[in-house]
Design a protein. Structure first.
Lengths: 213, 213, 213, 213
DNA sequence: AATGAATGAGTTTTCATTCAT
DNA sequence: CATGAATGAAAACTCATTCAT
């Protein structure tokens, strides 16, 4: 579709040299490039120059699209959390069975996370940097909702007897949330070829049944 | 012996103001301070000035003790890996039962990790930075040995029927190793008061049996 | 062509305020300024701030144009050696007479050297610094070619009887090369007004005939 | 005589634990070590730590013997110039023949210079550094006397017909003085085995007769 | 939209020097 | 005499950001 547009533009006007990509597309493309670098090296370790080079422009030119490096980070992080929370909410809304809810949370998380590798790396690597800034206050808010969702489902599962009664819900939440985030942070190259499905299934099996035969 | 000497000096001469603290102690103290900061903010995000300030000296003065920031990192990382590998080796040497070996690896890891929080944070946050430098080549070597140890025990467990035959040993290793490392990265303040033992038990229970009742 | 364009722009549009000065001109200007300082104080003794101040900018701004102080040095030194070697090669190619070849080498050297005072000072003052670095390996290579050229001409001159048979070619080369470089290192202010020609003539007369009447 | 003193001290007092090497010997030894390093790398490029390491002590300990790095330089430079001037004065006093006087100056210089390689390197490399400081004002004074001596002899030679009448005395002085200093700056390793005598003879022959057959 | 030049505050590191022990 | 810890000023370099063109 992008091509369609550019062909059309080129056809009529006949003077446009750099056709395609209107403003918001260009912007999205830059966020994408930045995100890839953030995922690879972390937010702080990635320089504005790195991003500009990846885009084939000079670093100063980035400031036509964003007013700061942090606003790129903001865009990535808030999009991620919106997506995560939407998944959690619909997972909880979809069923009354805590085990199914958790299974759904895991599945939705996995899908969401694979779309937001950069955001996760940023949270893991540079949490102390972001969480200290008022601008990123929504990070804490969102994390609280995530925790609440898990704990609620685990507690309900304990009450209905689906989960072991001796589980410490908050402890298990912390472990599970972080466990869930692990595969996302694996570099593509190092994954030895596991598909997302394989990883999710392995993870679910591990969570519910352990490794014992 | 150092204590003996200082007590004696203090007793007889009565002039010793600073209670001993010889050269290597001072150095170790500085490494400790640096490590705390690295654990909190990551290696790159911690400045030499931060470390010096924590020690109550000027940044340049640190170079009396270390020839670079990296050499502090080196000291922390290599001590950590030496410790981890020693634990793994003795765990494997202590038993023939793969399940016991893994249990032992987990227990030794937990003990080791709590002594080396800084190192772990550094590996997680700044792996791309360190692993790119020849100086830190031993990181890759050590990680390979760690992987091999896990995979061997898991495979043997599968053969003897202790573990499920359908486990993907490398996948499970990756998950388990990272899972094991999770609690260490939790900030003390955020742990809501879990003791190391509680965490280890929760973890082992989770690994072997899952969360299902 | 660049000139064409700018003239055209200036002519038609009449808006161009700064009379061209494109990127590479600015860069060349900075190299020139740096070279003057290097010639005056030596490479190591000249700080990046010195250079920046001479250019009326801040020291960090220099890194927009060069990626290190050494790369400025590199530019100056390699340009010098390229020039010297070109002169030597064409001197040798221009004649079969060793005496004429040497005379030509001296004349070309003098011309070259006056254009590269900075480079010469750098080689004399900071040779141990540069020659220790792989990056400046070409310095040794070039010096070898220079030596070979001199020695060859001197030897041929001895065989054809133009030069005294008892000359130690390498010793004379070392003396002559260094002698040749002397006047260049004289500060303009101290030269008491000798023209280049006067110096060259004095030098040649000295070389060929000595000071005796 | 120095030994006499220290033996005597040891004999009478009987408490001196590190016998030999009294204070001034130790000091002279340190100056020697420092000089070697200055000759090799230049004054500024040599660090106080370098010197201390060469002496097997810590950098701070040097300040028991000298109150600053510059005072070491001072010691080396003033000793050199005293020596040079003494040689020049006795050369001039020894004869009425300008040619013999110059020959004697050359011979005395060569002897002096070989004893003061460090000083010469320091003057050549770091002249701008030293000459800018009031403390080293004697450098300019001494250089003036050196120039005067040469010029006088050359002028007298021109009048008596020993030297060519068209010599520019100051120009020739500048050339000859610098020429004379050249071989001293040659690294021992690079000299390809020329003895001091060979070099002096080569030089004198070159000066008086040129290279022409 | 993009360039290219620059800023300014910050980074790691170096080094002569001081001083209590 | 020597050590070991520290200072403080300066070095080279980095980087997010600004802005005229």
């Amino acid at each position: 579709m992008v091509d369609q547009a550019s062909v059309w533009q080129g056809g009529i006007i006949g003077l446009v040299t750099t056709p395609s990509k209107n403003s918001s597309e260009r912007r999205a493309h830059l966020v994408q490039l930045a995100g890839d670098l953030f995922a690879e090296k972390g937010f702080r370790a990635t320089t504005v120059r790195n991003i500009a080079e990846a885009a084939g422009i000079l670093s100063g030119s980035l400031y036509h699209h964003f007013d700061s490096k942090e606003s790129i980070g903001d865009e990535i992080l808030s999009a991620f959390l919106d997506d995560v929370l939407a998944g959690y909410r619909s997972a909880v809304a979809s069923t009354d069975d805590p085990r199914k809810a958790i299974e759904e949370i895991v599945r939705s998380s996995t899908a969401t996370l694979s779309r937001h590798r950069a955001a996760l790396t940023m949270l893991q690597n540079d949490w102390s940097y972001f969480s200290a800034q008022p601008r990123f206050g929504y990070l804490r808010t969102a994390m609280k909702e995530i925790e609440q969702t898990w704990v609620e489902q685990l507690e309900r599962g304990k009450q209905t007897g689906v989960f072991r009664a001796d589980l410490d819900a908050r402890l298990v939440y912390r472990l599970l949330r972080d466990i869930l985030w692990i595969p996302t942070s694996w570099r593509p190259s190092k994954g030895a070829g596991w598909s997302t499905d394989e990883i999710v299934d392995g993870l679910l099996r591990l969570l519910f049944d352990g490794i014992t035969a």
